[in-house]
Write a protein that binds this ligand. Sequence first.
Ligand code: ADP
Length: 202
Amino acid sequence: MVFVGPKYNAVMWQAELEIGIRDRELSLVIGDITKIPADAIGNAANSRLAGGGGVDGAIHRAGGPAIMQELVQIRARIGQCLAGDAVATSAGKLPAQWVIHTVGPVYGDGRRGEPAALRSCYERCLELSDELGARTLTLPAISTGVYGYPMDLAAKVAVGAVASKLSGDETRVKRVTFVLFDDTAFRVFAAATLDIMPTLAS
Ligand code: ADP
Protein backbone atom coordinates (compact mmCIF):
# COMPACT_ATOMS: atom_id res chain seq x y z
CA MET A 1 0.00 0.00 0.00
CA VAL A 2 1.24 3.49 -0.74
CA PHE A 3 -0.24 6.56 0.90
CA VAL A 4 0.46 9.91 -0.67
CA GLY A 5 -0.88 13.30 0.38
CA PRO A 6 0.07 16.95 0.10
CA LYS A 7 1.98 16.97 3.38
CA TYR A 8 3.20 13.42 3.69
CA ASN A 9 3.91 10.17 2.04
CA ALA A 10 4.27 6.69 3.44
CA VAL A 11 4.93 3.20 2.23
CA MET A 12 3.52 0.23 4.10
CA TRP A 13 4.91 -3.21 3.40
CA GLN A 14 3.47 -6.26 5.06
CA ALA A 15 5.17 -5.67 8.35
CA GLU A 16 6.91 -2.38 7.97
CA LEU A 17 5.66 1.19 7.89
CA GLU A 18 7.90 4.18 7.28
CA ILE A 19 6.94 7.81 7.27
CA GLY A 20 9.07 10.86 6.66
CA ILE A 21 8.91 13.77 9.07
CA ARG A 22 11.02 16.68 7.81
CA ASP A 23 14.36 15.01 7.02
CA ARG A 24 13.74 12.31 9.62
CA GLU A 25 12.04 8.97 9.64
CA LEU A 26 9.54 7.27 11.92
CA SER A 27 9.17 3.57 11.24
CA LEU A 28 7.39 0.55 12.64
CA VAL A 29 8.51 -3.06 12.33
CA ILE A 30 7.56 -6.36 13.85
CA GLY A 31 10.47 -8.01 15.58
CA ASP A 32 12.68 -8.67 18.57
CA ILE A 33 14.27 -5.40 19.65
CA THR A 34 17.45 -7.17 20.74
CA LYS A 35 18.14 -8.20 17.13
CA ILE A 36 17.76 -4.87 15.33
CA PRO A 37 20.83 -2.62 15.06
CA ALA A 38 20.51 0.98 16.23
CA ASP A 39 22.66 3.54 18.01
CA ALA A 40 20.39 3.34 21.05
CA ILE A 41 17.80 0.77 22.13
CA GLY A 42 14.94 1.73 24.45
CA ASN A 43 14.11 -0.66 27.27
CA ALA A 44 10.89 -0.88 29.32
CA ALA A 45 12.53 -1.10 32.74
CA ASN A 46 11.15 -1.02 36.28
CA SER A 47 11.84 1.73 38.79
CA ARG A 48 14.38 -0.36 40.68
CA LEU A 49 16.30 -0.84 37.41
CA ALA A 50 16.59 -4.41 38.60
CA GLY A 51 15.86 -6.30 35.39
CA GLY A 52 12.72 -8.34 34.96
CA GLY A 53 10.69 -10.23 32.39
CA GLY A 54 9.39 -9.16 29.00
CA VAL A 55 11.54 -6.89 26.89
CA ASP A 56 13.71 -5.99 29.92
CA GLY A 57 14.63 -9.65 30.44
CA ALA A 58 15.34 -10.11 26.73
CA ILE A 59 17.63 -7.06 26.67
CA HIS A 60 19.63 -8.20 29.71
CA ARG A 61 19.92 -11.76 28.40
CA ALA A 62 21.12 -10.65 24.98
CA GLY A 63 23.30 -7.78 26.23
CA GLY A 64 25.04 -9.70 29.00
CA PRO A 65 25.99 -8.72 32.57
CA ALA A 66 27.75 -5.43 31.75
CA ILE A 67 24.42 -3.64 31.51
CA MET A 68 23.32 -4.67 34.99
CA GLN A 69 26.71 -3.75 36.43
CA GLU A 70 26.21 -0.19 35.20
CA LEU A 71 22.64 -0.10 36.47
CA VAL A 72 23.82 -1.10 39.94
CA GLN A 73 26.10 1.94 39.95
CA ILE A 74 23.33 4.21 38.70
CA ARG A 75 21.00 2.83 41.39
CA ALA A 76 23.61 3.55 44.05
CA ARG A 77 23.70 7.12 42.81
CA ILE A 78 20.03 7.95 42.21
CA GLY A 79 18.16 5.32 44.23
CA GLN A 80 15.41 4.62 41.76
CA CYS A 81 14.14 5.80 38.41
CA LEU A 82 10.63 7.23 38.57
CA ALA A 83 7.91 6.46 36.04
CA GLY A 84 8.34 8.75 33.04
CA ASP A 85 12.09 9.11 33.48
CA ALA A 86 15.02 7.27 31.89
CA VAL A 87 18.69 6.41 32.40
CA ALA A 88 21.30 5.24 29.89
CA THR A 89 23.93 2.50 29.97
CA SER A 90 26.17 0.96 27.37
CA ALA A 91 24.66 -1.93 25.44
CA GLY A 92 26.99 -4.87 26.12
CA LYS A 93 26.67 -7.44 23.35
CA LEU A 94 23.57 -5.88 21.80
CA PRO A 95 23.86 -4.44 18.27
CA ALA A 96 23.85 -0.89 19.69
CA GLN A 97 26.02 1.53 21.62
CA TRP A 98 23.56 2.40 24.35
CA VAL A 99 20.47 1.12 26.11
CA ILE A 100 18.06 3.76 27.38
CA HIS A 101 16.12 2.29 30.29
CA THR A 102 12.82 4.06 30.77
CA VAL A 103 10.19 3.31 33.37
CA GLY A 104 6.64 3.22 32.05
CA PRO A 105 3.59 3.80 34.23
CA VAL A 106 1.61 0.88 35.59
CA TYR A 107 -1.83 1.34 34.05
CA GLY A 108 -4.68 1.85 36.51
CA ASP A 109 -7.76 3.60 35.13
CA GLY A 110 -5.97 6.08 32.89
CA ARG A 111 -6.75 9.02 35.20
CA ARG A 112 -3.71 8.78 37.42
CA GLY A 113 -1.26 10.50 35.15
CA GLU A 114 -0.56 7.45 33.00
CA PRO A 115 -0.70 9.24 29.62
CA ALA A 116 1.63 12.03 30.77
CA ALA A 117 4.08 9.55 32.29
CA LEU A 118 4.07 7.39 29.16
CA ARG A 119 4.57 10.42 26.93
CA SER A 120 7.45 11.50 29.13
CA CYS A 121 9.13 8.07 28.69
CA TYR A 122 9.33 8.57 24.95
CA GLU A 123 10.40 12.20 25.26
CA ARG A 124 13.16 11.28 27.70
CA CYS A 125 14.37 8.53 25.34
CA LEU A 126 14.73 11.11 22.57
CA GLU A 127 16.37 13.64 24.89
CA LEU A 128 18.90 11.11 26.19
CA SER A 129 19.58 10.00 22.61
CA ASP A 130 20.49 13.59 21.83
CA GLU A 131 22.71 13.87 24.91
CA LEU A 132 24.50 10.68 23.90
CA GLY A 133 24.77 11.59 20.22
CA ALA A 134 22.60 8.69 19.05
CA ARG A 135 21.07 9.25 15.62
CA THR A 136 18.98 6.08 15.43
CA LEU A 137 16.77 4.76 18.20
CA THR A 138 14.61 1.66 18.52
CA LEU A 139 11.73 1.59 21.00
CA PRO A 140 9.39 -1.08 22.34
CA ALA A 141 5.71 -0.54 23.20
CA ILE A 142 6.44 0.63 26.74
CA SER A 143 3.97 -0.36 29.49
CA THR A 144 1.86 -2.56 27.20
CA GLY A 145 2.99 -5.87 28.71
CA VAL A 146 2.99 -6.57 32.44
CA TYR A 147 2.18 -2.89 33.17
CA GLY A 148 -1.17 -3.33 31.47
CA TYR A 149 -1.48 -0.19 29.31
CA PRO A 150 -4.13 -0.87 26.64
CA MET A 151 -2.28 -1.15 23.30
CA ASP A 152 -4.52 1.27 21.39
CA LEU A 153 -4.22 4.01 24.02
CA ALA A 154 -0.49 3.42 24.42
CA ALA A 155 0.04 3.55 20.64
CA LYS A 156 -1.61 6.99 20.38
CA VAL A 157 0.59 8.38 23.15
CA ALA A 158 3.76 6.71 21.84
CA VAL A 159 3.36 7.75 18.22
CA GLY A 160 2.19 11.26 19.19
CA ALA A 161 5.17 11.84 21.49
CA VAL A 162 7.78 10.59 19.03
CA ALA A 163 6.25 12.29 15.99
CA SER A 164 6.12 15.57 17.83
CA LYS A 165 9.79 15.32 18.82
CA LEU A 166 10.76 14.43 15.24
CA SER A 167 8.74 17.41 13.98
CA GLY A 168 10.56 19.83 16.26
CA ASP A 169 13.81 21.72 15.90
CA GLU A 170 15.69 20.36 18.91
CA THR A 171 16.41 16.74 18.13
CA ARG A 172 19.25 15.49 15.97
CA VAL A 173 17.87 11.94 15.95
CA LYS A 174 17.37 10.83 12.36
CA ARG A 175 15.35 7.67 12.73
CA VAL A 176 13.08 6.24 15.41
CA THR A 177 11.80 2.71 14.96
CA PHE A 178 9.04 1.18 17.04
CA VAL A 179 9.80 -2.53 17.28
CA LEU A 180 6.51 -4.27 17.90
CA PHE A 181 6.54 -7.80 19.16
CA ASP A 182 3.56 -9.16 17.25
CA ASP A 183 1.20 -8.50 14.41
CA THR A 184 -1.56 -7.09 16.62
CA ALA A 185 0.72 -4.50 18.20
CA PHE A 186 2.05 -3.59 14.77
CA ARG A 187 -1.43 -3.03 13.35
CA VAL A 188 -2.49 -0.91 16.29
CA PHE A 189 0.66 1.24 16.07
CA ALA A 190 0.27 1.50 12.30
CA ALA A 191 -3.31 2.74 12.67
CA ALA A 192 -2.23 5.32 15.26
CA THR A 193 0.58 6.48 12.95
CA LEU A 194 -1.66 6.84 9.92
CA ASP A 195 -4.17 8.74 12.07
CA ILE A 196 -1.72 11.48 13.01
CA MET A 197 0.02 11.77 9.64
CA PRO A 198 -2.15 14.56 8.29
CA THR A 199 -1.16 16.71 11.28
CA LEU A 200 2.58 16.34 10.71
CA ALA A 201 4.94 18.88 9.23
CA SER A 202 6.34 17.69 5.89
P1 ADP B 1 6.06 -3.27 30.66
O1 ADP B 1 6.42 -3.78 32.02
O2 ADP B 1 6.52 -1.85 30.43
O3 ADP B 1 4.61 -3.49 30.34
P2 ADP B 1 6.89 -5.58 29.05
O4 ADP B 1 8.28 -6.00 28.77
O5 ADP B 1 6.06 -6.48 29.92
O6 ADP B 1 6.98 -4.10 29.66
O7 ADP B 1 6.11 -5.35 27.70
C1 ADP B 1 6.27 -4.22 26.87
C2 ADP B 1 6.04 -4.62 25.43
O8 ADP B 1 7.22 -5.20 24.92
C3 ADP B 1 4.94 -5.65 25.23
O9 ADP B 1 4.10 -5.21 24.15
C4 ADP B 1 5.69 -6.92 24.86
O10 ADP B 1 4.95 -7.74 23.95
C5 ADP B 1 6.90 -6.34 24.15
N1 ADP B 1 8.10 -7.19 24.08
C6 ADP B 1 8.46 -8.24 24.87
N2 ADP B 1 9.65 -8.74 24.46
C7 ADP B 1 10.05 -7.97 23.39
C8 ADP B 1 11.19 -7.99 22.51
N3 ADP B 1 12.18 -8.89 22.66
N4 ADP B 1 11.25 -7.06 21.52
C9 ADP B 1 10.27 -6.13 21.36
N5 ADP B 1 9.17 -6.07 22.16
C10 ADP B 1 9.06 -6.97 23.16
